[in-house]
Design a protein around this ligand. Structure first.
Ligand code: DAH
Length: 349
């Protein structure tokens, strides 16, 4: 047999063998047999020196063509085998529909958001509207309009984050990060006429070092009512309802005289300690009572500053810390836990 016929034969045999290869291993064996280092086609290439110089170009061309054809047939067969293997795996892989579904890791609102929303809903139920105010406030809204004199300690830079107007001369402006949500009272009164029944939750800022009972940024919930004939009885009725709804029906309330510049009279609302029921324990430091919020009858001067006639209208206001409410409700010993984002802690609520 001449070299040409030989090449033709090898090609035909190779193509037939490739077609019959039914597994990747068989395919590899065929490849080695024809195209490998010791493969039949490779052997022909090696023996080119025995071919006469005139014949060499033609034989070389034939070998290359045969090699190309075998290689593309190899690739095609490989694809066929892979597709078949995939089909087989799909057919085998029956789904067990009785297996329980994998649980979906679903998140939920942060405990402070939950508390705020719960208190919002409570007051919405009483006919209140939710209002909002800016975090960066003016001294006027945060202090002056709320009857807070210029020398009041809360206005000191030790107790308030003032916003600098210029980096160079370190001058402070009359802008500050609001220290309380009370300025929203004044903004609301200047923007809408009584009757006013509003609740304003939001962040407030104070230059306090974080410790077990302080955070430099926390959440307050402010309430304001201005209407005809509002008295201290309305304040008590509303806040008693709030305290029992949030802390439990069995809790007692106490209104302890206090001072706030924007209310007169002012007081702090205490609820009986849940841990001891009022007899005094470690949690309430022997008091039997726990302070929850500040409140009072809106000072006449504040109404005047808002352009509301105190002869016609009166009102009450209150302000509480949402983090504090969370601590009291869940018996948390350290307020910082609320902002450390430890999922083991947060997922309990
Ligand atoms: N703003 C007060 C504070 O941050 C809390 C407060 C007290 C708000 C009495 C009021 C109020 O509306 O009437 O300590």
């Amino acid at each position: 047999m001449g070299v040409q016929e030989n090449i033709e034969q090898i090609k035909t045999d190779g193509l037939a063998a490739l077609k019959q290869a039914a597994s990747p291993e068989a395919l590899e064996e065929v490849r080695l047999g024809f195209l490998g280092k010791k493969g039949t086609l490779t052997k022909i290439l090696r023996s080119m020196k025995e071919v006469s110089p005139e014949e060499r170009p033609l034989i070389g061309k034939l070998v290359n063509a045969a090699q190309k054809e075998l290689e593309s047939a190899l690739a095609a067969q490989k694809e066929i085998l892979e597709a078949a293997a995939l089909e087989e795996r799909i057919a085998e892989g029956t789904i067990d529909v009785t297996l329980p579904a994998r649980p979906y890791a679903q998140g939920h609102a942060h405990v402070i958001t939950q508390i705020v929303q719960e208190i919002e809903n409570l007051f919405i139920g009483l006919g209140y509207t939710i209002v909002d105010g800016p975090y960066v406030e003016t001294e006027y809204f945060n202090f002056t309009s709320l009857n807070t004199p210029a020398d009041h300690p809360s206005r000191s830079p030790r107790d308030t984050f003032y916003v600098k107007t210029s980096r160079e001369n370190n001058q402070v402006s009359d802008l500050l990060l609001r220290t309380q949500t009370s300025p929203v009272q004044m903004r609301t009164m200047q923007a809408q006429k009584p009757p006013i029944y509003v609740l304003c939750p939001g962040k407030v800022f104070r230059p306090d070092t974080a410790d077990a009972s302080h955070l430099p940024q926390f959440t307050q919930i402010e309430g304001l009512v201005v209407d005809k004939g509002i008295t201290f009885a309305d304040l008590k009725g509303t806040l008693d309802y709030f305290a029992k709804a949030i802390f439990g029906e069995e809790r007692k309330t106490r209104y302890r005289p206090h001072f706030f510049p924007f209310t007169e009279p002012s007081c702090e609302l205490d609820v009986s300690c849940a841990a001891c029921g009022g007899s005094g324990c470690k949690f309430c430091k022997g008091e039997g009572w726990i302070e929850v919020l500040g409140c009072g009858i809106v000072d006449e001067q504040v109404l005047i500053n808002a352009g509301i006639d105190p002869e016609e209208y009166s009102g009450f206001a209150f302000g509480m810390g949402a983090e504090r409410v969370a601590c009291l409700r869940y018996g948390l010993g350290d307020i910082r836990e609320l902002v450390q984002n430890d999922m083991r802690f947060l997922s309990q609520f």
